[in-house]
Design a protein around this ligand. Structure first.
Ligand code: ZN
Ligand code: ZN
Length: 242
C-alpha cells in the first residue's frame, strides 16, 4: 500500500515540477517515498515562505507554486539540501585561478550568447545560446582539467547542463531564473580553470526578487540580463578578471 502511494506521488511530482526532472532527484524522491514519510508541499520558488496547495499562485509575485519535498520528521533524513526547486544556487569553495586557459572560451562564448539574448529580451537567441552551451560542454576536453579539479568540474558541468537544457525550452522569465544559477556555475568554472578573456563580474541588487544576483560579461558597460530593456543599466561591475 505504501508503495502505491509512493508511486502516485512520484507521478504527481513529475507532472507538476518542471524544474525537478533530473534522474538523481527522482531517485532521491523514490527513496524518500519508500521510507513512507513524504508529504508534498507547494511553495514559491522565489519566496519559499509562501506555501499552499497544487495550482496556487504566490501572493507576493504571482508565480505558480512548485512542489518541494515535505519536511522529514524522522531521524533518517538523508537530504543534502540540494533542492533545485527551492534554492537554485550551490555554494562551492573555489579560489580564483589566474590560469590563462583558452579551453574555456567556447563555454564562455555560449554563456555570453545566453546573456546577450536576455539583455535584448530575446527568448529565441537565449535558447540558441543554451543549445550552444550544451554543445560546448559536450566538446570540452576533460583531459585538460587538472586531476584535482575533476570532481568540481563534473559537478559544475552537470549543473550547468541542466540549466542550459531548461533555458533551451522555457519562456523568458524561466530562462532568467535558470540564468542566475547558471551564472554561479560559470563563475565557479572560470575560477576553477581560468580564462584568456578579459571578463567582468557584474551585480544587480534588484535581480532575484531584490536578493541580488551576479552575472559575467565580456563588456565593461553594464547591460542587465535579468531585466533587459526594463532596467538595462541597473547594476555595477564587482570584479574584473584578467
Ligand atoms: Zn526550470
Ligand atoms: Zn513569489
Amino acid at each position: 500500500m505504501k508503495k502505491v502511494i509512493g508511486i502516485s506521488v512520484i507521478a504527481l511530482l513529475s507532472l507538476t515540477i518542471s524544474c525537478k526532472d533530473n534522474k538523481q532527484e527522482e531517485q532521491k524522491d523514490v527513496m524518500h517515498n519508500e521510507m513512507g514519510n513524504h508529504e508534498t508541499v507547494y511553495a514559491c520558488p522565489m519566496h519559499p515562505e509562501i506555501t499552499g496547495k497544487e495550482g496556487d499562485k504566490c501572493s507576493k509575485c504571482g508565480m505558480d507554486l512548485e512542489a518541494v519535498k515535505g519536511h522529514d520528521h524522522s531521524e533518517m533524513n538523508q537530504e543534502d539540501g540540494h533542492d533545485h526547486s527551492n534554492s537554485e544556487s550551490t555554494e562551492r569553495e573555489i579560489t580564483q585561478s589566474n590560469n590563462k586557459n583558452g579551453e574555456t572560451a567556447a563555454i564562455l562564448n555560449a554563456y555570453f550568447e545566453i546573456k546577450n539574448g536576455l539583455v535584448t529580451d530575446s527568448k529565441e537567441n537565449t535558447a540558441k545560446g543554451g543549445t550552444a552551451l550544451l554543445a560546448a560542454f559536450s566538446k570540452f576536453d576533460m583531459t585538460k582539467v587538472p586531476e584535482n579539479a575533476h570532481k568540481e568540474y563534473m559537478e559544475i558541468q552537470e549543473s550547468a547542463n541542466e540549466h542550459a537544457a531548461h533555458i533551451v525550452k522555457s519562456p523568458i522569465d524561466h530562462q532568467r531564473e535558470h540564468f542566475e544559477a547558471l551564472s554561479t556555475d560559470i563563475t565557479d568554472l572560470i575560477a576553477l580553470l581560468g580564462t584568456v578573456k578579459v571578463i567582468y563580474q557584474d551585480y544587480c541588487p534588484m535581480a532575484n526578487n531584490n536578493k541580488g544576483a551576479n552575472w559575467l560579461s565580456e563588456v565593461k558597460e553594464i547591460k542587465n540580463p535579468y531585466f533587459g530593456s526594463k532596467m538595462l543599466t541597473c547594476g555595477s561591475v564587482k570584479k574584473k578578471i584578467n
